[in-house]
Design a protein around this ligand. Structure first.
Ligand code: DGY
Length: 325
């Protein structure tokens, strides 16, 4: 049994595969593989660990219907045609929970960086502009006692809410389809309408998956509803916000700042106006990129592969319905 791995993953995952007697081929080059190349390699293997491979669509799964399991090296699976994989009988696994904390910390880092204009001020030093600051110049905002609005209070959103509650006693509002009773109990979180969340929150943080319902859900109208002192944070998927509408909202001062770990498309191109704005901070999708978290993600991926190749149910399945076939 052989598994193909499309990028360099942490050794923790590789060791688990080796212990289980599973051989692997790992693509170590840059640029990364395109879809056709990935198909070519998958055809010579029994399983696939995909770290952000693009083009995992119906045609991919039709051409690679021999795969016994595909393990995503991510929690998100918005780029994968899960229904097509299920149709071909291929179990898909992901890496849930292990990146909650690192991603929530990324949102927190963006919040503080934007709120204190830290990146902008750092750039001023680089330009030799660290002069005499007036006591009223370049001021940021405190977080203590402010309101956090979480759109998508799942595992990552709840982790951020917990940190904000514990650190600054922030009030927590959330907007979800279903109630998060534990967050209501533990953090005093209140489920509110989207309009209320946007108009009442000092920081709006997005943690929803990218679906046909959430695509572009932050546009002109939503930014207009936010406070002029409000900060927009997105660590979920770039497709959830409309970038042009965000740029305009920042330019017009309809919102105070924005912090993005995700963009649409990725990578963001160097000339993007957001990169030059005083009140915007962009990270290159680093939500899960800590040594510890990536090692755990590799573990989950390897465990999914080992189970899948044994014909067992994956420990972290995305399409459990594949077993009902
Ligand atoms: C995920 O796992 O979906 C993250 O966005 C990747 O860092």
């Amino acid at each position: 049994m052989k598994v193909f791995i499309n990028k360099i993953i942490p050794s923790k995952g590789l060791e688990l595969l080796e212990e289980a007697g599973i051989a692997y081929t790992m693509w170590k080059e840059k640029p990364v593989l395109d879809r056709e190349q990935a198909i070519y390699f998958c055809k010579g293997h029994d399983a696939f660990i995909s770290a952000g491979q693009s083009g995992l669509n119906a045609d991919f799964f039709a051409q690679c219907s021999h795969l016994k399991v595909v393990a995503l090296h991510s929690v998100g699976f918005d780029g994968v045609d899960i229904a097509a994989a299920t149709k071909q009988g291929i179990p898909i696994g992901n890496t849930p929970n292990v990146l909650n904390r690192a991603t929530a910390e990324t949102a927190l880092l963006l919040m503080l960086t934007v709120a204190r204009k830290a990146l902008y001020l750092h750039k001023k030093i680089q330009k030799g502009e660290w002069g005499v600051a007036q006591p009223t110049e370049d001021l940021g905002f405190d977080m203590v006692g402010k309101t956090l609005g979480v759109v998508g209070l799942g595992r990552i959103g709840a982790e951020l809410a917990r940190m904000c509650k514990q650190s600054w006693n922030m009030e927590i509002l959330y907007h979800n389809r279903s109630r998060n009773e534990q967050a209501e109990r533990d953090l005093g979180a209140r489920k509110v309408s989207m309009e209320e969340l946007l108009s009442q929150s000092d920081v709006v943080s997005v943690h929803t998956a990218l679906t046909s319902e959430t695509k572009g859900m932050f546009g002109k109208k939503e930014f207009e509803l936010m406070k002029p002192t409000g900060i927009f944070i997105n660590t979920s998927r770039g497709g959830v916000h409309d970038e042009q509408a965000l740029i305009q909202a920042l330019e017009k001062g309809e919102i105070w700042g924005a912090g993005l770990d995700v963009t649409n498309p990725e990578p963001m191109q160097p000339g993007n106006p957001l990169l030059e704005m005083e009140n915007a901070v962009v990270f290159p999708h680093i939500g899960s990129s800590t040594v510890e978290t990536r090692a755990e993600m590799a573990r989950c991926a390897a465990e999914n592969i080992i189970a899948g190749l044994k014909g067992e149910r994956l420990p972290y399945p995305v399409n459990p319905e594949v077993y009902d076939r």
